[in-house]
Design a protein around this ligand. Structure first.
Ligand code: F6R
Length: 243
């Protein structure tokens, strides 16, 4: 695991965007998977800036959402489809047909998840997976559990995640209880992983990620110990463990 500690959120966002941009420049048809939520906003803004000021070219890039709330359709303001549209796709020269999200409104959700995995395979696998991390150690929406699904699947969100994500909704009751998410097998098959965390609220979970040497499904991020190319980028606030 390569660990980088950046001074603050702005530096973290810049460094993360620089890594994504370098990957796109090296391989213009990069297959990337991106998270949503609070953490990647600065990185996405910086990627838009790099497109606008330095001509970073997204025209061949393929980008997948790691997850999507069930059953929020593309028109819902809090859907993750909309999130990447608003923060990235609308502001760069990506080809919309090269953007992908699990079809959470399909009648057969299991089939839709399997189709997403087939899509990923059809793209030749994921070159770069950018991850956030939940306060409970989730990656994607693989929540702590006795068993974790390898494949894309519909996951129940934990009470902690529902509470954390309620900040994006008017009331806790509006937060979806489920999401379609890439499974841990899909995540670990990515050729390169970049995990981002910012702020004091992530201190405890980052401390655990960086110190724990055992792998357990009760702390899904620990599975990243099994991957050979993981970069963890955090700001100083997230690096200062809360005891
Ligand atoms: C969201 C996702 C989640 C988030 C995590 C951290 O697409 O996959 O794993 O990355 O919940 O969210 P924030 O960044 O809002 O703290």
């Amino acid at each position: 695991m390569h660990v980088f500690i950046k001074k603050d959120y702005q530096e973290l966002s810049r460094a993360a965007a620089a890594m994504v941009a370098a990957a796109i420049r090296e391989r213009p048809d990069l297959v990337a998977a991106l998270p949503t939520g609070g953490t990647p906003v600065g990185m996405l803004r910086e990627l838009v800036r790099l497109h606008q000021t330095e001509g970073l070219d997204f025209s061949k890039a393929r980008i997948l959402n790691i997850d999507e709330y069930v059953p929020l359709g593309p028109d819902h303001p809090q859907s993750y489809y909309r999130y990447l549209q608003e923060f990235l796709y609308q502001n760069v020269n990506i080809n919309q047909t090269n953007t992908f999200v699990p079809d959470v409104r399909a009648a057969d959700l299991q089939a839709a998840c399997a189709a997403y995995d087939q899509r990923i395979a059809g793209l030749g696998g994921i070159d770069l997976m950018v991850l956030g991390i939940g306060g409970d150690g989730h990656i994607g929406f693989n929540e702590p559990a006795a068993e974790l699904s390898a494949d894309t699947h519909v996951a129940d969100l934990s009470a902690e995640t529902i509470r954390d994500n309620s900040r994006f909704f008017e009331t806790v009751a509006e937060v979806p209880r489920q999401a379609a998410t890439m499974g841990v097998g899909v995540i670990l098959q990515a050729r390169k992983i970049l995990l981002l965390a910012s702020g004091r609220s992530k201190g405890a979970v980052i401390n655990r990620l960086l110190t724990q040497r055992t792998v357990t499904p009760h702390f899904p991020a620990s599975l990243l110990l099994l991957h050979r190319d993981v970069t963890v980028m955090v700001d100083e606030a997230a690096a200062a463990a809360e005891i």
